[in-house]
Write a new protein. Structure first.
Length: 120
């Protein structure tokens, strides 16, 4: 694992609506918080109701649309001299009032590298 591995989320802030960007930021923060407390997880979870409140979304469909918008963005990741592009989600579902999602292995590696340096 190279120290130069770094994730760049700048395209998210330029491409997402305010609601979708708030949703993305909360999902990313959930990953970071969980990662710091428990290490990488196969599945991350967050409450749909809390997400709706945080985003100011009227209903679950608005959050689902935000997730669809997030799926259209790519994380840029520089590793050594190479630039890679990844989706934020490896998988995502809204089930029984819970948003369940996983992130690509490369994202977990970047979080691992960034844990002490805050490079993400």
């Amino acid at each position: 694992m190279s120290e130069t591995t770094k994730a760049n989320f700048s395209s998210f802030s330029s491409k997402l609506s305010p609601c979708a960007l708030t949703c993305f930021n909360r999902l990313l923060e959930n990953v970071r918080e969980t990662f710091l407390q428990e290490g990488p997880q196969p599945i991350y979870e967050t409450s749909l109701a809390a997400m709706m409140e945080m985003c100011g979304a009227e209903d679950a469909d608005a959050v689902a649309q935000s997730i669809k918008d997030i799926l259209q963005c790519r994380v840029e990741m520089k590793k050594c001299e190479y630039l890679y592009f990844f989706p934020f989600f490896a998988s995502v579902a809204i089930e029984k009032g819970v948003i369940r999602y996983s992130i690509p292995l490369e994202m977990n590696e970047a979080l691992s590298a960034a844990e002490s340096s805050s490079s993400i």
